[in-house]
Design a protein around this ligand. Structure first.
Ligand code: C5P
Length: 402
């Protein structure tokens, strides 16, 4: 995901400018913040209104915003705002201006002010693309660290066939995504996540369980995989699906099953995030046949389940990072800090059932992060996806500073 990333899109005069609308949508889908700067020529191909509506931001096109008040478009601010500047489509004319620094329009002036990585997706007719001027300009830009997204071959607006079509918006967005993901310290790291409830069998059809939907584990797995981690998700029963090929899902039922699976893999992991709502107790014996309702009452003796997180904390090697969750109903912080220490955690995510909108069955959650040294950081009520992002950001930040 590109959440928190600010992407500036430059649009120049080419028929491929219509594809910029799709590029904006792709980047917004990846949760980037998008702004657009256009040349006047490009507005003949696509309207600023379309691009401002899709990007949810005003489009910059003129140096002067308001002739009467003299308000001007601050290209320096715009250039410095961006975490990445992608010029798509980039016409032959604009390529040459990028090289010579001919800032006769707002887009080039912004480019000259930008300090962020720059991507360029050329689009032009095949002969223009083959021309030595274009070739030399591209070589010069590459030599200065500009990333070129090569055009593809196919039918061109001129009716000719050849290389010059701007790369498809999905591919451009994917390349930008990959570029940012390369930066993540989670790239190539092995992450073990536990999620979901556990079901403790009473007999072949009944169980002791809880209301966990398994959403948290799946969201955490998605978030880590998106940042390039190799994820194993060991989850109790859930109907939530994971899509990323970097996630291996191991499905279990009981706490003892989960314990066995965790024992097999924990030593090889870099990070453990234990979000499963594990049943603390299980029936001492699971009946082999369905229990008949012959008596007026039925007593089931429950025995304690293994504490999986505690086991992982006890077997934590130096360099391994361990995260646990706690749902407390009283003395939240005091109990949270005790748990952090007792289970040998690096981070404890504390939810309180007292907070409205937090806990099971909500799409939102309100959490605090507890760390060693009485370090506590409390967050607002947020969407669960955002909470998971905050958790993974925190892990990243800790790994970076380690
Ligand atoms: O001690 P408590 O159950 O409050 O701790 C919750 C944390 O411990 C969660 O991270 C949960 O996934 C983990 N846990 C576990 N095995 C248990 C009980 C809890 O891994 N049997």
């Amino acid at each position: 995901m590109l959440s928190g990333k600010k992407i500036l899109i430059g649009v120049t005069g080419s028929i491929a400018a219509y594809k910029t609308a799709y590029l904006i949508r792709e980047l917004i889908k990846l949760e980037a913040e998008v702004k657009v700067v256009m040349t006047k020529a490009s507005s003949d191909f696509i309207s600023p209104l379309t691009l401002s509506t899709l990007s949810k931001n005003p489009v910059a096109i003129d140096f002067v915003k308001d002739e009467e008040t003299g308000e001007w478009e601050n290209h320096v601010e715009l250039g410095l705002w961006a975490d990445l500047f992608v010029i798509a489509p980039a016409s032959a004319n604009s390529l040459s201006k990028l090289v010579s620094g001919n800032a006769d329009n707002l887009l080039i002036a912004t480019y000259l002010s930008a300090k962020c990585p720059v991507f360029i997706a050329p689009a032009m007719d095949l002969d223009m693309f083959k021309h030595f001027s274009t070739k030399e300009n591209l070589e010069k830009l590459v030599a200065k660290g500009v990333h070129i997204i090569e055009p593809t071959s196919g039918e061109l607006a001129s009716g000719l066939e050849g290389k010059g079509r701007m790369e498809e918006p999905q591919v451009i967005a994917q390349k930008i995504h990959e570029f940012f993901m390369k930066d993540s310290v989670l790239r190539g790291k092995k992450v073990l996540i536990t999620g979901g409830p556990t079901y403790e069998a009473i007999d072949p059809v009944r169980f002791v369980g809880n209301h966990s939907s398994g959403k948290t584990g799946v969201l955490l797995a998605d978030e880590c995989a998106k940042r390039g981690a190799e994820v194993i998700l060991i989850t109790g029963p859930t109907n939530k699906k994971v899509k990323d090929p970097n996630i291996t899902v191991v499905r279990v039922h009981s706490a003892e099953d989960m314990m066995r699976e965790v024992e097999k893999v924990w030593a090889a992991q870099d990070i453990g995030i234990f979000s499963a709502a594990v049943s603390d107790y299980r029936p001492e014996v699971a009946a082999g046949e369905k229990i008949k309702k012959t008596d007026d009452s039925l007593t089931i003796k429950l025995v304690k389940n293994p504490d999986i997180l505690m086991w992982a904390g006890q077997h934590k090697k130096s360099g391994q990072y361990l995260v646990g969750f706690a749902l407390e109903t009283e003395n939240e912080e005091v109990n949270g800090f005790k748990k952090l220490e007792k289970k040998n955690l690096d981070l404890l995510v504390l939810n309180s059932l007292r907070d409205e909108g937090a806990g099971f069955g909500h799409d939102t959650n309100k959490v605090s992060f507890l760390k060693k040294g009485n370090n506590i950081q409390s967050f607002e009520l947020k969407e669960k996806t955002e909470v998971m992002r905050d958790i993974v950001n925190e892990i990243e930040a800790d790994l970076k500073s380690a």
